[in-house]
Structures are given as C-alpha cells and as structure tokens.
Design a binder for this molecule. Structure first.
Ligand code: DX5
Ligand code: ZN
Length: 222
C-alpha cells in the first residue's frame, strides 16, 4: 500500500492536492496526514478542525499520524471525526493499551509509531492491541529528509513477528521513501509506504504513486 503524505502538498489547496494522488483503484490507498504540535516535534502543521474538513473532501481513508504530546487526550477525537487509522507515538503515550482501546471504541484503527532510535522489543506485547506499526525512518518533524537505513532491522523483526502469528498488524514505514529506497524497505517486509516529497515533488503525483507501488510489489517478500 502507498500512503502519500500531504505534508509535502500545497496547504492552500489541500482538497485538490488530495485528488491529485488518485484514490483506491488507481493511486493512493490511504492519505497520510501529519499532525504536529510544536512540542513533541519542533514543527507545527494542522489539527483536528483541518482534518475534519479533509474528511469531508475525500473518500480516500485518512491515516492520521499524531506527532503530539498527550495523545491519550487528543487522539480519540480524530477517530470520532472519521479517520481510518490514528497513529500515536509510543514516546508520548501515557497508557498505549488503554489508548488503543479508546481509538477502537471511537471507531478507527489504532497505530503505534516509534522514532528511529526507539527500540521495538519493549513494545511487542502492547502491539498486540494495535493494527499498524509505523516505523519512522527519519526523525519526525519534517519532510524531505534522508532515509535512515538502520531502521530496517526493526522492520525485519516486526515482519517476523507478523509472519509467525505473534502480531497481527500492518508494518508501515515513514520518512525518506522514494524510488531509491523503497525496494530495500519492501525487501525488509513493509506493507504500507508513506511518501511525501517523492509523490508531491513529482510532476505527475498519481504516476509517482503507481511507480512506487510497482517497485514495492516487485521487491516485497509477499
Ligand atoms: C515526517 C512525517 C512524514 C513526512 C515524510 O515527520 O511524519 O510523514 O511527510 O516526508 P518524506 O516522504 O518527504 O520523507
Ligand atoms: Zn508521518
């Protein structure tokens, strides 16, 4: 699956920019929405009122990536609004298991994200409550950064845990995914690829999504 990140889109034309990457069938499987609060990360982007408007402007499922403090308090609102998947950071969450349950009760899937230097092992048990694991391959905060290859070890162990039935979730990767890096991520076992600058920086964003998809499909283990 490919999830274009609208962080690299023109924020004055978000509705058109969402349409520019297509939708299920041809183009984006999900649209990835980066919510940043200038506390958990140094950058500030958009919040719930904008996400509510985006939900009214597209049929493509929204994958909301909350890079915010106190997600226990704020994340369920995105689920109630109608986001398909709401991802919180394990470094910020107070009670990730309760939070996953609250997200499910509010009607969305639950995602857990880990920063590049956060290990995976301490969280394998609580990941049983989650539907996606978002492995950051750049420091969260900004688009257009260089892919950190080291995180692929975490992708491989997550893939093993899913393939052996210990976990039941989608492995998602975020940061620096482009035509040069997507093949190694696919080989390591990623299910869902977030791509911002590689899609919105392209002349034909839907074409860029389809190119990434065929590269990933040709190199994925499944
Ligand atoms: C970074 C965001 C990413 C970002 C990826 O903190 O979480 O989703 O949009 O952008 P690229 O694909 O340009 O690295
Ligand atoms: Zn993101």
């Amino acid at each position: 699956m490919i999830a274009p990140s609208i962080l690299s889109a023109d924020f004055a034309r978000l509705s058109e920019e969402m349409a520019a990457v297509g939708g299920p069938g041809q183009g984006a499987d999900w649209l990835h929405v980066d919510v940043m609060d200038a506390h958990f990360v140094p950058n500030l982007t958009l919040g719930l009122p904008v996400v509510e408007s985006l939900l009214h402007s597209t049929d493509t499922p929204l994958d909301c990536h909350l890079m915010i403090d106190d997600p226990d308090r704020w994340a369920p609102g995105y689920a109630e609004a109608g986001a398909h998947n709401v991802t919180v950071h394990v470094e910020a969450a107070e009670d990730p298991v309760a939070l996953a349950k609250n997200l499910h009760a509010a009607g969305s899937n639950a995602g857990l994200s880990i920063k590049p230097n956060t290990p995976l092992d301490p969280y394998t048990e609580l990941l049983r409550h989650y539907d996606t694991l978002l492995i950051m391959s750049v420091e969260p905060g900004f688009g257009g950064q260089k892919f950190i290859t080291d995180v692929l070890d975490k992708v491989r162990s997550a893939r093993r845990m899913v393939d052996t039935g210990h976990l039941n979730l989608l492995v998602e990767i975020d940061g620096g995914i482009n035509t040069d890096t997507i093949e190694q991520a696919a080989e390591a076992g990623v299910d869902c690829f977030v791509a911002g600058s590689a899609v919105y920086g392209a002349e034909d964003p839907t074409g860029a999504v389809e190119r990434l998809r065929s590269q990933a499909a040709a190199h994925g283990p499944r």
